[in-house]
Design a protein around this ligand. Structure first.
Ligand SMILES: *Cc1c(COP(=O)(O)O)cnc(C)c1O
Length: 380
């Protein structure tokens, strides 16, 4: 049996910096500032600067970044918010936690990103904001987003959980709107050794509000002015993220190079087509997504790839509006045809910095073998 290729492997990131990671742990033990410590303040400054904005507020996870960030921007009961149906459910959870009404919007079938023309048709009198999800590592077009927001008098909030340091049209993810939420879940482009998140913003008042919301609604110790929560990025995770940040550009470049190699190889497979990249080197390929011709059975293909030792994923198999938890929103099968088709026909190939070209060639060879099997054709 030839060596297998995992879907994600974090060891190539961590092995070379293990001495620094251990030193950071030692330093934390001697400083003892586990909560809201020095390394957090430094990382908030460094990461927000990397995004091109002034303020960063570390929170416990990306989902909290969305919920608290949207709340700090003034969204809540009595307002409605546009967001794509094709996203990870946390985007929707974040909107719902504010009390605002979510308005789901279909996606562009070629990129998987929110379709702003479709969004324009969904606007209601109480619609105040659009959540632009830079899904899979590609930003929503800034020029299109600015024009859309301006024409409809909407606030822009970015879900940049999959797009650390992504660029498009000269803009960085996190710098387009009122505020942006990032996740540092371990497998994200910049990942902690556990959960973590951050909101970045140019707006000082929003930053101030977030510092209070994440810390029991207390602008100063034991004085509470609003209903806040406990949602802080641990000092230790911030120290780890601060050590990893200088490597991020290189890791993203690695992802982009691997994606271009996949793209070039995909041309030979009639049944496969990658989602489109409209941002060149600015696409940071959190995931590498391939669309499968309708007549190929995805489960069978994934199972036979698995037999060849190749792990794949699906991001995501069931769009938000069809999740049992959110059926009460009143959406139904057929409401978002592009998101629904993608959910049934896409799958994700191994993609991570440090994935070797020889491993990538193994993925392609396995695809060749599996796609040649007649059993893949759906009989239905
Ligand atoms: C990962 C992710 C989130 C949630 O982040 P957590 O840190 O896991 O809470 C939100 N939105 C998108 C698009 C994500 O990929």
């Amino acid at each position: 049996m030839v060596s297998s290729v995992p879907f994600v492997d974090l060891r190539p990131q961590h092995d070379p910096i293990q001495p620094e990671l251990e030193a950071a742990f030692q330093q934390l033990l001697s400083r003892g500032d586990f909560i809201l410590g020095e390394a957090l303040t430094k990382f908030e400054q460094d990461f927000s600067a990397a995004c091109g904005v002034d303020h960063g507020i570390g929170v416990a996870c990306g989902t909290d970044g969305l919920a608290l960030g949207l709340q700090a921007c003034g969204l809540g009961e009595g307002t409605s918010v546009l967001l794509p149906a094709n996203t990870f459910v946390a985007t929707l959870i974040g909107v719902l936690r504010t009390g605002a009404t979510p308005i789901l919007v279909d996606c562009d079938p070629d990129t998987g990103l929110i379709d702003l023309d479709a969004a324009a048709n969904c606007i209601r009198p109480d619609t105040k904001a659009v959540v632009a999800v830079h899904l899979y590592g590609q930003m929503v077009s800034p020029s299109a987003l600015f024009a859309f927001a301006e024409a409809n008098d909407l606030m822009i909030f970015e879900d940049a959980a999959q797009a650390h340091l992504a660029e498009r049209e000269g803009y960085r993810a996190g710098s387009l709107g009122k505020a942006a939420a990032f996740s540092f879940y371990p497998s994200k482009n910049l990942g902690a050794l556990g959960d973590g998140g951050m909101v970045v913003t140019k707006d000082e008042a929003v930053a101030k509000k977030l510092r209070s919301l994440r810390n029991y609604g207390a602008p100063r110790k034991y004085f509470h002015t609003e209903l806040g929560t406990n949602s802080r990025l641990d000092t230790f995770q911030a120290a780890v993220l601060g050590l990893k940040l200088p490597h991020l550009d290189g890791w993203n470049a690695d992802r982009n190079r691997l994606a271009q190699r996949y793209d070039a190889a995909m041309a030979e497979f009639g049944a496969l087509s990658p989602l489109e990249n409209h941002s060149g080197e600015g696409h940071v390929y959190h995931l590498y997504i391939v669309r499968l011709a309708r007549e190929i059975d995805r489960n069978t293909l994934q199972a036979s790839l698995d037999e060849q030792g190749i792990q794949t994923g699906v991001h995501y198999p069931l769009p938000c509006h069809l999740q049992p938890a959110f059926r009460n929103l009143g959406y139904d099968l057929g409401d978002f045809p592009h998101a629904e088709t993608l959910s049934q026909t896409i799958f994700s190939l191994p993609m991570y910095p440090g994935l070797l070209e020889s491993q990538q060639d193994r993925v392609l060879e396995a695809l060749r073998i599996c796609l040649a099997q007649p059993a893949l054709e759906q009989t239905a």
